[in-house]
Ligand binder design. Structure first.
Ligand code: FES
Ligand SMILES: [Fe+2]
Length: 325
């Protein structure tokens, strides 16, 4: 008799979660800029008004369906459609039709709440269009005198779901097999509403002249499935801002941004160690990609006592999906 295929061994994608997602870095969108984006399974357009307000909308004009990102132009505080010239302001209201004095009262472009924070433009996605349930937290160091305003950027499109990528963080045993590290020690984790926080200590060989072994501690704050902020402190300090924006239910655009201190970069030895450390982190991330791209999502995984808190993590993640009614 053929073996039954169990339901959970099929690569059934998780749906797209609601949350804040990184649209682009703020400096990629100058005043008057217009760009097409494809995220959350939709065609989108992002623009910045002449006085600096960023806005994100569904790409297709409610009139006769032109793509606003292909030939659309910012005029003052509005985006002018390339097809018949209707103008949509940053709140999605039509404020001008060049050949009609009367604007249909139902003329609305679907907009997504947008916030500009920590050098990026974030948008709130909810399949039902409900308003944000939490905020994008400020990274106080970003823009400070010592850290400055320059993110070192690494971006990938990965065949993976944001939930699988995050689950990797608390899947402690995989660091030995995939990355060849010792498992982290003093791991703490907590789940508070939309915030999942965890941290650990790691001993790491730092290649200074004296080959010292430096103890680092790090703390990861993850808000929803799209946004993580990581603080590392040890011989030097590093902040990572990680955006995980679903292209659709199977692909994720990952933006891994690195912020370092001027005072660390000013010391040649520390700066060299810092560069190696960041390069190591990037390489470590990339080691996970083939696993994520080819794994299935096991709804009922077979776990052992020494695995990380997979079930607690999944109970937390479940709040970002619409429940079937
Ligand atoms: S399709 Fe946009 S104005 Fe007609
Ligand atoms: Fe990993």
């Amino acid at each position: 008799m053929p073996e039954a295929i169990s339901q959970d061994s099929v690569a059934a994608p998780l749906p797209i979660a609601h949350g804040w997602y990184l649209a682009l870095y703020a400096d990629e969108l100058p005043p008057g800029g217009v760009q097409s984006l494809e995220y959350v399974g939709r065609k989108l357009v992002i623009f910045r008004t002449e006085d600096g307000q960023a806005a994100l909308a569904d790409a297709h004009c409610p009139h006769l369906g032109a793509h606003l990102g292909v030939g659309g132009k910012v005029i003052g505080s509005a985006l002018r459609c390339p097809f018949h010239g209707w103008e949509w302001d940053y709140r999605g209201h039509c404020h001008s039709i060049p050949y009609s004095k009367v604007i249909p009262p139902s003329a609305r472009l679907r907009m997504y709440p947008v916030v500009e924070r920590n050098g990026a433009v974030w948008f709130w996605y909810h399949p039902k269009g409900t308003p944000p349930e939490f905020e994008v937290p400020v990274i106080p160091e970003w823009g400070s005198a010592d850290y400055g305003v320059q993110w070192d950027r690494h971006t990938w499109s990965i065949r993976a779901h944001p939930q699988d990528i995050l689950e990797n963080g608390i899947d402690f045993p995989h660091v030995m097999t995939v990355h060849g590290f010792d498992a982290p020690s003093n791991v703490v984790s907590s789940f508070e509403g939309p915030l999942y926080r965890w941290g650990a200590d790691t001993g790491k060989e730092i290649e200074l002249l004296d080959k010292r072994r430096e103890n680092f501690s790090f703390r990861v704050d993850t808000w929803g499935l799209g946004l993580s902020q990581v603080h590392y402190h040890g011989l030097f300090s590093v902040i990572f801002q990680i955006g995980q924006t679903p292209v659709d239910a199977t692909m994720t655009r990952m933006s891994f941004s690195v912020l370092t201190r001027e005072s660390d970069r000013a010391d040649p030895q520390i700066a060299a160690a810092l560069r190696r450390y960041v390069a190591d982190n990037v390489r470590t991330l990339e080691q996970d990609f083939p696993i994520w791209a080819n794994k299935v999502y096991r709804e009922q995984p077979l776990l052992c006592a020494a695995d990380g808190p997979i079930h607690a993590f999944r109970r937390w993640a479940a709040q970002f999906y619409e429940r079937a009614v």
